[in-house]
Design a protein around this ligand. Structure first.
Ligand SMILES: *Cc1c(COP(=O)(O)O)cnc(C)c1O
Length: 342
């Protein structure tokens, strides 16, 4: 292991990509058994049966969190209990044994502590934390695997969108959907993400940052922006798609709703018609990776709507600044969202 004092990364050129770090957490559990506290080990490849449930039937889910360097030099997490609970709900949906919250949180904290030299200086990025739960035991019939692996690894990351704070350009997809009622769109099932790769790649090739998905039934209501939740503001009222089971319940989404309400905004969780969004004053998307990202323009069919002449709107800016100030301990943690790692 390199010397602790050695500067490991050029913090100024960080992107949202994978960089291997020193240590990872791993625990195993039999179907019908109970999770025990796992162990820390050096980061390494896994040995897995070709018949593993996850490889054959996609029985797996992931989480995404960030450890950040705060203004007082400490390392902090943002609402990790929410990720623990969401992973439990996802596990139940996918027939996997849920990891108890204490074990999940202990795993995350240990992994961050043992990779602390990879946490970027404040404002340069974050240490992205990737918990993964999967059916690792062999199974041939379509059924829950006999054994499960829960692991946590990390990677230092920079901004999710290449443009950083510059508003992104999005296109509404009229051809692809992300999730359908009764499916797995409401949990972070690994299988939800591969079908979005080609649509997203196609949009990027045409100069857009991401695509906006509409609902699969009416092809009319906005669901999500790639892997981030959508918000729009019209006449000072904030709207976001209601959680109907096809939308991933983002921790950032829930936090932005609470924060905006505390700042005096009216916030509506409702069906957001794409036509309404096209007539809104500003739009933005939120997520752990995207934080709060301003949307500069949306293309829907032949029409293009530009928001604030492609500049960051005032509500987007206010919420971004309020959220990041809490996350970096530059303002008081009025909601009790911050957890100290060290
Ligand atoms: C993870 C994710 C989000 C954002 O959730 P956060 O908890 O805020 O990071 C939104 N949409 C999808 C599809 C996601 O996978």
């Amino acid at each position: 292991m390199p010397d602790e004092s050695e500067s490991v990364v050029d913090w100024d050129s960080l992107t949202f990509s994978f960089t291997k770090t020193d240590r990872m957490y791993l625990s195993k559990c039999k179907l019908g058994g109970e999770w025990a506290v796992g162990s820390m080990m050096d980061f390494e490849d896994l040995v897995i049966s070709p018949a593993a449930g996850v490889l054959n039937y996609g029985q797996g889910l992931f989480e995404g969190m960030k450890a950040q360097r705060a203004s007082d030099g400490s390392i902090v997490l943002f609402r990790p209990d929410r990720n623990a609970k969401r992973a439990q709900e996802g596990a139940l949906r996918l027939g996997m044994p849920p990891v108890p919250e204490e074990i999940f949180l202990d795993a995350v904290i240990k992994t961050v502590r043992e990779n602390s030299r990879w946490v970027p200086p404040m404002g340069k990025g974050a240490l992205y934390i990737r918990p993964l739960l999967m059916g690792s035991g062999p199974i041939l019939g379509v059924a829950p695997a006999p054994e499960y692996t829960f692991l946590v690894f990390t990677s230092p990351v920079g901004p999710y969108f290449k443009g950083g704070i510059t508003p992104t350009s999005l296109r509404v997809s009229e051809r692809f959907h992300r999730a359908a009622p009764g499916g797995s769109g409401g949990v972070k099932a690994i299988g939800n993400y591969a079908p979005g790769m080609i649509p997203s790649k196609m949009a990027k090739k045409e100069g857009y940052s991401e695509i906006i998905y509409l609902d699969a039934v009416n092809h009319r209501y906005i669901e999500e922006v790639g892997a981030a939740n959508f918000f729009c503001v019209k006449d000072g009222v904030i709207s976001t798609p209601e959680l109907t089971g096809t939308i991933l319940p983002g921790v950032t989404r829930a936090s932005i709703i609470e924060l905006a309400m505390a700042r005096g905004y009216e916030v509506r969780e409702e069906k957001v018609d794409v036509e309404y969004a096209m007539s809104a004053d500003e739009c933005f998307c939120v997520g752990t990776a995207a934080v709060v990202s301003s949307i500069g323009r949306i293309q829907y069919g032949e029409r293009v709507k530009e928001y604030y002449s492609g500049e960051v709107g005032p509500v987007t800016r206010e919420l971004y600044e309020n959220l990041t100030a809490i996350q970096q301990k530059r303002s008081p943690d009025e909601f009790g969202w911050i957890v100290d790692v060290e």
